[in-house]
Design a protein around this ligand. Structure first.
Ligand code: SAH
Length: 224
């Protein structure tokens, strides 16, 4: 009984905190898309971090997860999602499931999410949390996301949450016509968040902002 009251109070407090995140971290920095803001207010970031970080889940920064990886900063998740300009009917490919937090935000806004994670342990944990949070429009794979997920291509939107020197060619090939791809590119210390839009065979690129992401891995080293 007492535990129920405590849990419900904790839930109210987290919901209040998320409203503050939307105002103080997102709207104030220029995130405008109402659907993105709504999804960011709804998705429980605290469900995607380890217990010891639960009270810090809504801080304005990335936080550590297992395998030396990170859960992205809320603002970066909102920014990348907004850049994809999702309308609801899309198939989205995500490279780097990590905690599954970004995946949840995408699952709120698109039809089907195909997500690939390098580490099996992270993929399994994310899958468990996302199922517990009620998402049923996500498909999971473990392995090197640089090859994409060709048998389900094309994707109207592709999001990469780990940085390689350049975006793997396979991902552009799997992007639908008029599709949008968001990815951090470059080496540690000087990464650039880029938006790529595809029209026919042509890819247009737009520099968005400087960012810091974990590197894209491949068996035996880093992706080039
Ligand atoms: N959006 C995630 C970010 C996780 S960090 C979140 O908010 O939790 C990036 C993730 O990319 C890490 O989990 C890392 O293991 C994964 N990753 C790195 N190289 C990869 C590769 N080649 N293929 C798929 N995932 C990769």
């Amino acid at each position: 009984m007492f535990k129920d009251i405590l849990n419900s109070k904790f839930g109210q407090y987290q919901a209040f905190t998320r409203r503050k995140v939307v105002e103080d971290q997102l709207i104030s920095r220029g995130i405008k898309d109402g659907q993105v803001l709504e999804a960011m207010e709804k998705v429980k970031r605290h469900a995607f971090v380890d217990d010891y970080l639960r009270t810090r889940a809504y801080e304005d920064q990335p936080l550590p997860i297992a395998e030396g990886q990170t859960i992205s900063q809320p603002y970066i998740v909102a920014l990348m999602t907004e850049l994809l300009a999702l309308k609801g009917g899309e198939k989205v490919l995500e490279i780097g499931t990590g905690s599954g937090y970004q995946t949840a935000v995408l699952a709120e806004l698109a039809k089907e999410i195909y997500t690939i994670e390098f580490f099996q342990s992270l993929a399994e944990k994310a899958k468990t949390v996302l199922a517990a949070e009620g998402y049923s429009n996500i498909l999971y794979r473990t392995g090197d996301g640089a090859a994409g997920w060709p048998d389900r291509a094309p994707y109207e939107a592709i999001i990469v949450t780990c940085a390689a020197a350049s975006v793997p060619k396979a991902l552009f090939e799997q992007l639908a016509d008029k599709g949008r791809l968001v990815a951090p590119t470059g080496l540690e210390g000087s990464q650039r968040l880029m938006l790529y839009t595809k029209t026919g065979a042509e890819i247009k690129e737009t520099f968005i902002t400087e960012v810091r992401f974990v590197p894209m891995l491949k068996a035996g080293g880093l992706e080039d």
